[in-house]
Write a protein that binds this ligand. Sequence first.
Ligand code: PHE
Length: 367
Amino acid sequence: MVTRVDLENTYEKAKAAVAAATSLQQLDQVRVEYLGKRGKITSVLKTLGRLTPEERKEIGQVANKVRQNLEGDIKEKQEELSSEEVIKRLAAESVDITLPGREHVYGRRHLISQVIKEITDIFLGLGYKVAEGPEVELDYYNFKALNTPADHPARSLQDTFYIRKAGAHPADNDIVLRTHTSPVQIRVMKSQKPPVYIIAPGRAFRRDVPDPTHSPMFHQVEGLAVDKGITFGDLKGTLEEFSRQMFGRESQVRVVARESFEAGIAEGGQQIRLRPHFFPFTEPSAEVDVRCFACGGVGCRICGSGWLEILGAGMVDPNVLIEVGYNPEEVSGFAFGMGVERIAMLLYGVPDIRMFFENDLRFVKQF
Ligand code: PHE
């Protein structure tokens, strides 16, 4: 039979267990152990019927008291633990709003890539396809096939980087960094029959000392159209349409430009100008100026003369067509090559070509 002392000892143990509980789960285990259906105190209460009336009175009172006390203890501890748990959870979830934020750095296209994309998009709209060729090129594609044999004086206009295997003879000058994107013309024509309508954007290299308008590495976009009955008029019309879209279109940075350019057109003004020039691979050849989009052609700080030189062009020399296996009696074509940095400098007022390649984020982020 349980005595009063037994019950009191049980209560002390239960109380200690309640106090030691560190989580609601542990506390519930204590509750079940003592007050559950088969709990230590519950079972005492269940046996009361077997006692004498006096015993029942005494033990019953003590047992009920112990149960009540323990229930009270558990309830108190429960409240304590659940508020602790809430605080813990909040602490784990909370954001310290006094910490400085983390900056997300967004990348962007480099201005040169943006301009290449603009140029490319215009010609894609005119039905051209994009072609590519290697930057490390054979002398054959860069010069010879473009009607520029080894002793041709025009070679001196393009100071060239030569690539040589270690220990190779100094006269072994077969591999070059391409000095222009024109070798892509040869590669494309050799790989397909006419008609050809391609543009070839990419890097070119010349042994130039860097200065505000020269960089040993720069970008060009080559254009080539070969088909039956292509004339110089087609070249002019194509370049005119290109200039209209490139320089005369509406955009935030170029509202002024567009207005003066469109004003020029409205007056029946001439928008592009071809000056006779020489390239070994085109005949006749021209350098092409566009009417200055900043001043409309009167002459300003950007252009000086009212005109801006943007590219070289001409009718594909019959020697080049023969070299690639085309018949100059059947097809004719035009080609042009424009300097991307040059156009970007003019459009965005960049004063020094070296700024494109210094990778100063303060510059790069402006565009
Ligand atoms: N390749 C020439 C240059 O880099 C430009 C050009 C291309 C001229 C195509 C005529 C035809 O100067």
